[in-house]
Design a protein around this ligand. Sequence first.
Ligand SMILES: [Fe+2]
Ligand SMILES: [Fe+2]
Length: 176
Amino acid sequence: MKNKIEEIIRVDHAGERGAIKIYDGQLLALQLLKADPDLEKKVAEMKEHEKEHLKYFEQQLAERKIRPTLFLPLWDLLGTALGFGTVMLGKKAAMLCTASVEEVIDKHYSDQIDYLSKYEKQEKDLISKFKKFRQDELEHRDIAYQEGASKEGAYGILDALIKISSKAAIEISKKI
Ligand SMILES: [Fe+2]
Ligand SMILES: [Fe+2]
């Protein structure tokens, strides 16, 4: 189904761009207000993977003539704010932000891989890229937990908020 593939590429483009904006926000806070060279290095490394992911979806949008979500400017703003804010709350919150988002994205990529493998077998390149990207995201999640991501107490609320917002952004970006 053409529309379904369009939705998949549009939402993934939005998500990967959002990931970069979150890390941009985190790096901004780390550079301006909260020096933590170790954390900054980890975030910068993860951002490099997201750039590779985003580049692929930008190419896909162009090749298939799919328009990006109209909400990009809002996601840019909210992503940057989320990144900046979580660093200001401390390292545990900053790393929880990555863990929470990646847990949503793990399921998201898995569902897409299942769908494509079942109904769009000819999309071999998409399927293999999604598998690779999903592995990268799982690595990010693992790094986040190694670096102290926590869901205890109030962090559990933050986790729930980030997950709800990510899922809402996903549903909107598929359609609009
Ligand atoms: Fe990514
Ligand atoms: Fe990631």
